[in-house]
Design a binder for this molecule. Structure first.
Ligand code: DX5
Ligand code: ZN
Length: 219
């Protein structure tokens, strides 16, 4: 089994010292920095915008993985790319033209991701397979950190794994929400290649980050 990429969600970090937190997870062995962007409209919470992403950019050389939970989304894609986003993922429900949005993300020079909410059918992927670099399976309903993993989403990961393998697609298959040391191996067994974790990485403060990340990797 391959070692999954660990993408700490800075939503669970200490917002009063975001730069330090990003440096700390970078030094602790994180693979990507997952940035949850919420607008109080598409999801019932508000977090950070492109200016904060830009301010964090000098603090790490890791890929910035921006998970956009905002609607409308298209008008903000360029701003996130300019701020330093390497991966930009969006929800199909966040805009009227998923295919156009994905094309635009790639045109901007970023990698494009589609995020599936717990109730979003996997078939939404079928006609955008050539336009995606990442599929993100939400294992909680988006909006908040610290929620419980929805076990039924493991089946969805398996189905998408098969779908990708059937056509030799190398998209990253990421899972987000309630991921912890107890369920991380189940995600990997189901076919996930990247895991977002907020609470499970940031618990215990900076001195615990390296061990937390190692544990999630199953090392
Ligand atoms: C939820 C976010 C997740 C979340 C993960 O809307 O997309 O990234 O912050 O946090 P934990 O790992 O605490 O569930
Ligand atoms: Zn997220």
């Amino acid at each position: 089994m391959t070692t999954p990429l660990i993408c700490p969600s800075i939503l669970a970090s200490d917002f009063s010292k975001l730069g330090e937190e990003v440096r700390a997870i970078t030094e602790a062995g994180a693979d990507w920095v997952h940035i949850d962007v919420m607008d109080g409209h598409f999801v019932p919470n508000i977090t950070i915008g492109p200016d904060v992403v830009k301010a964090l950019r000098p603090h790490s050389n890791l890929p910035f993985d921006c998970h956009l939970m905002i609607s409308p989304v298209d008008s903000f894609l360029e701003a996130f790319r300019n701020a330093g986003a390497d991966y930009i993922s969006l929800h199909p429900e966040a805009g009227p033209h998923l295919h156009r949005s994905l094309k635009y993300i790639r045109q901007l020079g970023a990698k494009a991701g589609v995020v599936l909410n717990p109730a979003t059918p996997v078939e939404i992927l079928d006609w955008v397979m050539d336009d995606i670099d990442l599929v993100l399976v939400m294992s909680v309903n988006p909006g908040f950190g610290g929620q419980s993993f929805i076990d039924g989403q493991l089946k969805k990961i398996e189905v998408i794994r098969k779908k990708l393998d059937a056509v030799g697609h190398h998209a990253i298959l990421q899972v987000d929400g309630g991921v912890n040391a107890a369920n991380a191996h189940l995600c990997v067994e189901a076919g996930a290649t990247a895991m977002v974790a907020g609470t499970a990485v940031f618990k215990g403060g900076p001195s615990a980050y390296a061990a937390n990340i190692k544990q999630l990797k199953g090392l």
